[in-house]
Structure formats: structure tokens, C-alpha cells
Design a protein around this ligand. Structure first.
Ligand code: ATP
Ligand code: MG
Length: 465
């Protein structure tokens, strides 16, 4: 902890002195204290102070580089200094009205008041500045050492004040890899239904953090086990029941978590850190299965069109959780396309089929490669190897065709203006039909010269008229 505090010393010491000079208390609090103790470097520094927002603003204006006012109503002023993002919040003592969605914020008068309303003991520690006195009133240090999430007061009181904390328990379990204390899990089970008073946006934000965490399986299992998933992501819980009476086919829930982990293993292909779209697509790829399951007389089971049904369910769920249209389109198209590769068989896809695969995947092609490869959880090594090799061959083919033609920007040989002047028509449905004809031609036959395309278009037009 000392090492990490020394690293951030330039910021915390000078800010602590600035507040002290003005006669206010200041303490580093919450996430950065927890992470300093875990030896995890942090550039987002949260502070709590006895100063009111106007006073904080005055101090930060001279101390920081750029000021922003992220939630003056909640008493938070932010600034930046070098690589550090700083947020300073006035002491709070929140009073919640029963069943109201929002806490009514009241300023508190002491650090102790402020800490008692925090979610977990490991998040309820502070370091007073500039002296660096550690304040741990609820045993956070011990809980951090034993890697357990516990609430400062009773979990029932805490969750009834703010039911979002139940989601946060699952999120921190996934981020930190900690256990959740048994009494906290019990309270989550009892009180799961209270999550309904929380806005979809806030639930979504916790879910995204959970899924992007290092141990999403832990957080997701907790959501399912406590009944929270039933309310915020029921499609996941439904997978769990997806076993036939003889347990002959794989448990789809277990399969899904494995696919998620296998897709995380391939994330470096995307070049960045955790990728929510890719992870959520893995989580949702089979949600169409429960609805489409059929048992046949010969003892087999089928899930016809679970890709299409799954894409629809995904869209609906993401809408309810207020995701952006871009995110919804991306994830649902991955779900819809996750089976397409299996038509590839032993590599006898036509060039046309390969082009359509690329076209339909669009911006999501790289993620589709990841999802399709991850969606193989068979224990049969030879089968897994065969699938991997077939997919290698498909990717190689995409590569080859891309070199020969600009697959990334698939476009017909003639544009709308050329179509209109060639056919001597004005804008309207006919232009769209002609465009589609040329696009199909492009997909089926590859690059055509403008002359050849014009000839084919005129022939098509003559036949049509
Ligand atoms: P990160 O920012 O890395 O996601 P964090 O621990 O900083 O993690 P935030 O959501 O930023 O988490 O919250 C900052 C701090 O505020 C927490 O450490 C916790 O002490 C407190 N806190 C945030 N939300 C709540 C809540 N709903 N109930 C109680 N305390 C909360
Ligand atoms: Mg934070």
C-alpha cells in the first residue's frame, strides 16, 4: 500500500495540503484506497471532503488543470492533473425514502458519516490527507486480506437503502475475484425483487462492468443463484433449465459460460482491453435455445432457428436495458450469424457465400471469427481440431478474396447516378431494385468492369420492362 501511495504522492499530498490550507478535511476514499491495498495502480482518484462544492471548486480551480462539474447536485467536482483524474465529493449522509428510486442527498459532517453509507467494507476505507492516516472503521483491511465482500451494516438495511448494491456485489465479485459473505448472498436472495425500483440504466452500467471484469463467471453465477438474473437478464437463467430429462445433451448454461471464457481468451485479436460487445454476444448466443427446443421420436433434440430467435430476444433485452442502437445491432447480428459458419462444411463454400458472410458480418467480422471459434466446447479433441482447421481455412479464404477485391467496401460496379442515367429513370424504387441487382452480381461473381456491369444491367432492365 505504501508503494502505491508513494506513486500517487505528488497528487494526494499536494491536494491534501491545498485543502488543509483552506481549513478543510480531505481523504482519499473508496476504490483507490482498496486498490492501493491490493497493489493495483489506479489513475482515477476519489476523494471526500468537509468542503462544500463551491469551496472545492475554488480550490480545484487553482490546483487542477481542467475543471468539470460532473454532478454538482451530488456534490462532486472533478479535475485532471497530469495523468490523474480527480473527483472530490462533499461528505454525504444519504437519506433514502422507502421505495424511491433516488437517494435524497444530504451533506454529512464527518468522514465517519460518509463511510457508513458505503456499499462494502473494502470500499469503506479512507486515507486522511495530508497525514496519510488510514481510517478503517468496519474491518475493510481484514476483509480485503481474506478476499470477502461484506456490508458495513446489515446487508438487509444496506440493500433496502439502495438495491443497486446487490448488483454491485456481483460486479465486485467479478472484478476482484472475491467471495461474497454468506449473509450478503442470503440478503440478495431475499431482496432480489427490490432491484425493480432501480433504473435500467444503472442496472445496465453494473452489468457491463461485471461482464467486462476479469472473472465474469463469478458475477454471473451469483446473479443466477440469487435470483437477480431472473429479473435483469432472465434469458441467462432460462439456459440453466435447458436440459432434457435424460441429461443427454450438454447443459447450455455451462456451455455458454465456457464460450464466454473462450471468447475472452481470443480478445487480443481485437487489439484492446475487455470487449463488451464480444463478451455479451458470447453470453447471448444460445438464448434462443429454450424457445426452439424440440424432442424428436428418434431421441434427438433440435433447436431450429435458435439463432434468429436468439437475435430477437437479445434485441429485446438490450432495448429494455437501454443499450444504444449501435450496441444492439452489433450484438444481435453476432447472435444471428453465430451458426452461419457451420454451413461451411468441409470448405466447399462458394466465393459468393464467402462474400455474403463478410458482407453480413460487416464491422463485426473480427468478432464473428472470435465467437464462432469460441462456440466449440466439445471434449472430443479431434472434432475441435477439425473445426478450428476449417475455420482457419475460411479466414484464409476471406483473406485471399480480400486481396483480390476490396471486400471491406463491397459495392456494385455502378453507383446510383450511373444507374439512373443508364436506364434513364429518376430516383425511386426502380433505382433501388437495380442497385440490388448489381450488388447481388457483385457478391456472386466478384469484381466486374463498368462496361460489363452496364451490359448486364441493361439486359436485366429489358427483361424486367
Ligand atoms: P470503479 O470506479 O473502479 O468501477 P469504485 O470502487 O471506484 O470502482 P464506483 O462505482 O466508482 O466504484 O464508486 C466509488 C465509491 O463510492 C465506492 O468505492 C463506494 O465506496 C461508493 N459507492 C458507489 N456507489 C455506491 C452505492 N450505490 N452505495 C454505496 N456506496 C457506493
Ligand atoms: Mg470509481
Amino acid at each position: 500500500m505504501t508503494a502505491e501511495l508513494d506513486r500517487i504522492a505528488p497528487v494526494i499530498d499536494s491536494l491534501g495540503e491545498a485543502f488543509a490550507r483552506s481549513g478543510f478535511e480531505l481523504a482519499l476514499v473508496g476504490g483507490p484506497v482498496r486498490d492501493a491495498m491490493l497493489g493495483r495502480p489506479h489513475n482515477d482518484l476519489d476523494f471526500t471532503t468537509s468542503a462544500r462544492p463551491e469551496e472545492t471548486e475554488k480550490i480545484l480551480r487553482t490546483w487542477g488543470e481542467a475543471l468539470w462539474d460532473m454532478g454538482r447536485d451530488f456534490g462532486t467536482i472533478g479535475t485532471r492533473k497530469g495523468p490523474w483524474q480527480v473527483e472530490v465529493t462533499t461528505y454525504r449522509s444519504e437519506a433514502y425514502e422507502a421505495d424511491s428510486r433516488k437517494p435524497s442527498v444530504a451533506y454529512g459532517t464527518s468522514l465517519a458519516d460518509d463511510l457508513v453509507r458505503r456499499d462494502f467494507t473494502v470500499n469503506a476505507m479512507a486515507v486522511r490527507l495530508p497525514g496519510r492516516e488510514v481510517v478503517d472503521l468496519y474491518g475493510g483491511v481484514v476483509d480485503l486480506a481474506t478476499r470477502v465482500l461484506r456490508t458495513p451494516g446489515t446487508p438487509e438495511a444496506s440493500f433496502s437503502d439502495d438495491p443497486l448494491r446487490m448488483m454491485r456485489a456481483a460486479r465486485f465479485a467479478a472484478q476482484l475475484g472475491f467471495e461474497v459473505a454468506p449473509e450478503v448472498v442470503a440478503a440478495m436472495k431475499d431482496m432480489a425483487s427490490r432491484i425493480s425500483i432501480i433504473s435500467a440504466e444503472r442496472v445496465r452500467d453494473e452489468l457491463v462492468k461485471l461482464i467486462c471484469a476479469p472473472f465474469p463467471r463469478r458475477g454471473l453465477s451469483l446473479l443466477v443463484e440469487t435470483g437477480l438474473a431472473e429479473l435483469v437478464l432472465p434469458e441467462l437463467t432460462a439456459l440453466k433449465m435447458e436440459r432434457d430429462e435424460h441429461n443427454r445433451h450438454k447443459d447450455v448454461y455451462e456451455h455458454t459460460l465456457t464460450v464466454l471464457e473462450q471468447s475472452i481468451d481470443q480478445e487480443k485479436r481485437l487489439g484492446g482491453g475487455p470487449d463488451f460487445i464480444s463478451r455479451f454476444a458470447a453470453l447471448m448466443h444460445d438464448v434462443g435455445k429454450p424457445r426452439t427446443r424440440k424432442f424428436h421420436d428418434d431421441g434427438t433434440v433440435s433447436f431450429h432457428h435458435h439463432d434468429v430467435v436468439g437475435a430477437k430476444l437479445t434485441r429485446k433485452r438490450m432495448k429494455a436495458l437501454r443499450f444504444s442502437n449501435d450496441e444492439i445491432d452489433a450484438v444481435s447480428s453476432l447472435v444471428e450469424l453465430h451458426l452461419r459458419f457451420h454451413g461451411y462444411g468441409d470448405g466447399e463454400w462458394t466465393d459468393s457465400a464467402v462474400r455474403r458472410y463478410v458482407r453480413d458480418a460487416g464491422d463485426q467480422l473480427e468478432r464473428l471469427h472470435i465467437l464462432t471459434r469460441a462456440d466449440c466446447t466439445t471434449r472430443n479433441r479431434r472434432k475441435a481440431d477439425r473445426l478450428a482447421r476449417t475455420y482457419d481455412a475460411l479466414e484464409a479464404r476471406i483473406e485471399r478474396i480480400s486481396e483480390e477485391e476490396e471486400l471491406a467496401a463491397l459495392r456494385p460496379a455502378l453507383d446510383g447516378n450511373q444507374i439512373m442515367s443508364l436506364l434513364d429513370i429518376s430516383p425511386g424504387r426502380e433505382v433501388g431494385a437495380a442497385y440490388k441487382f448489381l450488388m447481388d452480381l457483385r457478391l456472386d461473381e466478384g469484381v466486374l468492369s463498368e462496361d460489363e456491369a452496364a451490359k448486364r444491367l441493361l439486359a436485366w432492365w429489358a427483361e424486367r420492362s
